[in-house]
Design a protein around this ligand. Structure first.
Ligand SMILES: Cc1cc2nc3c(=O)[nH]c(=O)nc-3n(C[C@H](O)[C@H](O)[C@H](O)COP(=O)(O)OP(=O)(O)OC[C@H]3O[C@@H](n4cnc5c(N)ncnc54)[C@H](O)[C@@H]3O)c2cc1C
Ligand code: SF4
Length: 239
């Protein structure tokens, strides 16, 4: 079966971090791409106002809640995951850490190759795309963490974490500051602390503001509220 018989060369399942990067990079290579996403599409204003806003915060269609957070119970594990166009980036801490040297020195990585060097270029790409930056301010939480860790005798280990957040001037909206004006407008973080409920300010650099934004500009079709239930072969290399 020739791929010219199909509307798309690639269908990406899910629009979270992995799906968004795949969609953009495949489109940049000239493929016709569509993204099938189980959850809804959100604007910043649609994001939940509080965790008690169950219809917008929780994903449990059987109960009529079609929000973002999907709680899954396994035999020995309980996980929160996110669902919606942008996947995990819709409601997350925005903390973008690199693995530390000790991780790559572990035999399961060390013996397989120079992973720290190999990944460095990709870390830099992801950090640029997601706008990773150190928060330019001290917070009460940071001070408390510092005091606690000093009390435990490890004060020198405390550092600020890079976050995929536009810090800018709090509450002030500017033209895209990341991609030479080709991205969406951004509003400076107001330090409201609601990242884990959803950033309604527009400061979190969710995937809708970078990878998916540029994927759509290249013609990628993002289809929300489409849950993939099966993948079946219909030819030698076609599914
Ligand atoms: C509350 C919370 C805070 C977090 N904070 C951080 C943080 O600060 N820093 C950090 O690095 N990580 C954080 N994480 C973890 C991070 O969000 C995940 O590691 C990341 O989202 C995983 O990316 P992914 O591409 O694998 O999947 P996801 O981002 O979860 O995307 C998967 C997408 O696929 C869709 N999907 C699934 N099945 C189907 C199907 N059958 N058909 C169609 N669509 C489907 C889902 O709806 C979802 O949108 C946090 C996670 C949570 C829950
Ligand atoms: S404006 Fe509030 S929700 Fe958005 S990034 Fe800043 S602290 Fe988080």
């Amino acid at each position: 079966v020739s791929s010219t018989h199909f509307d798309h060369d690639w269908l990406v399942v899910g629009s979270g971090f992995g799906g968004s990067v795949s969609a953009l990079r495949l489109a940049e290579k000239g493929y016709r791409v569509a993204v099938l996403e189980k959850g809804r599409r959100y604007t910043d204003a649609d994001l939940p106002k509080a965790t008690s806003d169950r219809g917008a915060y929780l994903w449990a269609p059987a109960l009529g809640w079609r929000g973002i957070m999907r709680m899954r119970l396994f035999k020995h594990l309980f996980t929160p995951t996110q669902t919606g166009v942008g996947g995990g980036s819709l409601v997350y801490g925005g903390v973008l850490l690199r693995a530390r040297p000790a991780f790559f020195e572990d035999p399961q990585w060390r013996d397989l190759g120079p992973w720290a060097n190999l990944l460095d270029h990709h870390y830099r790409t992801a950090e640029r795309m997601l706008g990773a930056a150190l928060p330019p301010f001290e917070s009460t939480n940071q001070q408390l963490a510092q005091e606690l860790v000093e009390h435990l005798g490890n004060g020198a280990t405390v550092t600020r974490s890079p976050a995929g957040v536009f810090f800018g001037k709090p509450g002030h909206t500017v033209s895209d500051p990341y991609f030479d004006g080709d991205g969406p407008d951004r509003t400076g973080c107001t330090r409201c602390g609601a990242c884990m409920v959803g950033c309604r300010v527009g400061a979190v650099n969710s995937l809708n503001k970078n990878y998916l934004w540029f994927a759509e500009k290249l013609g990628v079709a993002i289809m929300p509220e489409r849950a993939v239930t099966d993948i079946a072969p219909i030819g030698a290399a076609t599914w």
